[in-house]
Design a protein around this ligand. Structure first.
Ligand code: ZN
Length: 283
């Protein structure tokens, strides 16, 4: 499942491809055809991501395409002429490109692809916790900064931290990989109730999450391991060396050698090291 860094890159790429120019909008599959016809030929003003959501803002008027890739959504894009439209192609954008050479982007398999208004986007955003890739400053009326807003949600909950990190109302954009790896890097027991997470620990985790996700944007993949914990210390991380615990069930922990454990929590596989992530609260 794409995590926030993937959506952030997608928004950036689509801005470079299409923003500020008229686009052809179509739905060869037909499921989005009515909305596509309304948008066809308009200018795509900008594309934004927030958490796991993508918003394409069109002008004139009040028209935004809201996309959530879900489990199976994928975007394929390129320059030049678009390939022949085949299969369940929900949304196709075609633009002139910066130099008139042509740009295209195809969306398939998304959970959500809908035409919404600005007010509807505001309502969607209001349901989401802070996105580590879109830090907002502390607001007026004493509203807390982003990390603190997530902390306040967790401090009220008896749910496991591992469940809260995946809850998009607590944090937007964190998925299964960042969740497992963040808990490991901070040696936090995934089943620790949110209200028992020490404020200082969360502050360190939030700062780490911001830098890990920014690194994910730059690299286009998630790497959480330090070079000394990889099979090869120099050069870029090999794919099998990218994570400490994610999808490493049954393998030895990179730090202590204990077998990495797995269990299903809120419908998703959780991975952790029972030794490294078993420290008493606050130590
Ligand atoms: Zn370990």
């Amino acid at each position: 499942v794409p995590e926030g860094h993937t959506l952030f890159r997608l928004a950036r790429d689509q801005n470079a491809q299409f923003a500020g120019r008229p686009v052809r909008v179509s739905s060869p599959q037909g499921r989005f055809a009515e909305s596509a016809a309304l948008l066809d030929g308009r200018v795509l003003r900008r594309v934004e991501s927030y958490g796991k959501h993508l918003f394409q803002v069109y002008e004139p008027g009040d028209a935004i395409v809201h996309i959530h890739l879900g489990l199976y959504g994928k975007v394929l894009a390129g320059a030049g002429a678009a390939p022949e439209a085949k299969g369940a192609l929900r949304l196709r954008l075609e633009g002139p490109g910066a130099e008139g050479e042509g740009e295209w982007a195809d969306l398939r398999g998304a959970t959500v692809c809908e035409l919404i208004t600005r007010a509807e986007r505001t309502a969607i955003l209001a349901e989401l916790g802070p996105d580590p890739l879109h830090p907002r400053p502390a607001g007026p009326a004493g509203s807390a900064a982003d990390g603190a807003r997530a902390a306040a949600r967790m401090a009220r909950s008896s749910k496991p931290v591992a469940a809260l990190l995946m809850d998009q109302a607590v944090l937007a954009g964190v998925g299964n990989v960042y969740r497992a790896e963040l808990l490991y890097r901070h040696r936090v027991d995934p089943l620790l109730p949110g209200r028992d997470l020490v404020a200082q620990d969360w502050a360190a985790m939030w700062a780490d999450l911001v830098s890990l996700m920014r690194a994910g944007v730059r690299a286009g993949r998630i790497v959480t391991t330090l070079p000394e914990h990889r099979s090869r210390r120099s050069g870029p991380a090999r794919d099998e060396d990218r994570c400490y615990v994610y999808r490493r069930a049954g393998l030895p922990c990179r730090v202590c050698g204990t077998t990495v454990a797995t269990a299903v929590l809120v419908g998703r596989n959780l991975f952790w090291c029972p030794t490294c992530q078993n420290r008493p609260v606050g130590e």
